[in-house]
Design a protein around this ligand. Structure first.
Ligand code: PLP
Length: 380
């Protein structure tokens, strides 16, 4: 019975170009180089926007903690896992985000579902942008709140949803820099609609943290982020007031019922945030690389989606199978960019999600642009 169901589901995924297979990805010593299923390639898809996962100071900080404390944290933060490095890291995050408090979770996914389920219940109305990340959607569904999705970046649609459902306990959720589209939310306008209706705002800054100026999201009640992208490691966080932090520390089940992060991960994240706060050279290089890659993509006749400042540069393909072919052809040319398909993006909006980072060399960007032009026939 179950076998029949599984076979049918898998066949359907395959027919629709939606079947997912894990590739064998072996990072090579040079940044942005990897062996993908045995093929050596230049990667244009990592979220390590500043290249800090390979930074000597970040590695050294992790090694010191590894030697001092061992490999694991041995239990949840409420048992034996709350190493003093947590407090140090939370202080660094609060300084970065200019808030009174911060809480570190074991991943960004857990930070979103933990925070949303702690704040919402069946009497809450949640308004989330249509293109919000799966971890936000899952948090909303798990919370049993009344769940409304407003059209992407559409303030008028948000206003009308809020006015129909009235004031009361409610949450407005969006992303600062959208993970799959590379565009930015009108955070100021969203926060002012929320303030008018006494609603709490949560802004997911997973992709903007360390990449874009943080001042834009400081007006939100909660800035959520992750340590796994520009910070180069693993873990998630929220930055907020002391009062909210105290409440969430008591109510967020994914904070309470999971093992704390390994001390080495915490120590590396502290070092990475100190670099981000003290040295702007990585951001400058990222900005220059973003500008160059966007220019090269446009010169090749492609439409580079997203904001000019965004290192996430998707090229829309539409059809799933076509997107898979484009990704495969690029890999044959020694470039790795996976095809992103539903449910990560809406149906029929499959794309190549290209990302650039501070470690890409100018000649690698040029090589990428040249090879992208070679697969033009498959994209159009
Ligand atoms: N929020 C957004 C917008 C994301 O893109 C991601 C990760 O892809 C997450 C949250 C989850 O973060 P993490 O990968 O640290 O679990």
């Amino acid at each position: 019975m179950v076998e029949n169901f599984i076979e049918k589901e898998i066949n359907e995924l395959k027919e629709n170009g939606l079947f997912r297979e894990l590739k064998n990805i072996k990072p090579l010593p040079e940044p942005n180089k990897a062996e993908i299923n045995g093929i050596k390639a230049l990667t244009f898809c990592s979220n390590d926007y500043l290249g800090l996962s390979r930074d000597p100071k970040v590695i050294e900080a992790g090694m010191k903690a590894l030697k001092k404390y061992g490999t694991g944290s041995t239990a949840s933060r409420y048992i034996t896992g709350n190493n003093p490095l947590y407090e140090e890291l939370e202080t660094e995050i609060a300084l970065l985000k200019k808030t009174k408090s911060a809480i570190v979770f074991s991943s960004g996914y857990l930070a979103n579902i933990g925070t949303i389920t702690a704040l919402a219940n069946k009497n809450t109305a949640i308004y989330a942008d249509k293109l919000c990340h799966a971890s936000i959607i899952d948090g909303c569904l798990l919370s049993s709140a009344k769940f409304f999705r407003f059209k992407h970046n559409d303030i008028d649609h948000l206003k009308s949803a809020v006015s129909i459902n009235g004031n009361g306990t409610g949450i407005v959720l969006t992303e600062d820099l959208f993970s799959m589209d590379g565009d930015r939310a009108p955070v100021k306008e969203i926060c002012s609609v929320a303030a008018e209706h006494n609603l709490t705002t949560i802004i997911d800054c997973a992709h903007s943290t360390g990449v874009l100026d943080a001042s834009k999201t400081q007006i939100a009640d909660i800035q959520m982020g992750t340590l796994s992208k520009a910070i180069g490691g693993l873990g998630g966080f929220i930055a907020c007031s002391n009062e909210l932090a105290e409440y969430i520390k008591n109510k967020a089940r994914p904070l309470i019922y999971t093992t704390a992060l390994p001390p080495a991960v915490l120590s590396s994240a502290i070092a990475a945030i100190r670099i981000i706060r003290g040295d702007k050279s990585h951001q400058k290089k990222l900005k220059a690389n973003t500008k160059l890659l966007r220019k090269k993509i446009s010169e090749n006749g492609f439409i580079a989606m997203g904001d000019a400042c965004s290192p996430i540069i998707p090229i829309l393909i539409g059809n799933n199978k076509k997107a898979l072919i484009c990704s495969k052809k690029l890999l044959e040319l020694g470039i790795y960019v996976p095809a992103i398909r539903s449910p990560s993006v809406p149906s029929n909006k499959a794309r190549l999600r290209i990302t650039v980072n501070a470690m890409h060399k100018t000649e690698e960007i040029e090589e990428f642009a040249y090879k992208l032009s070679k697969i033009k026939g498959f994209i159009q």
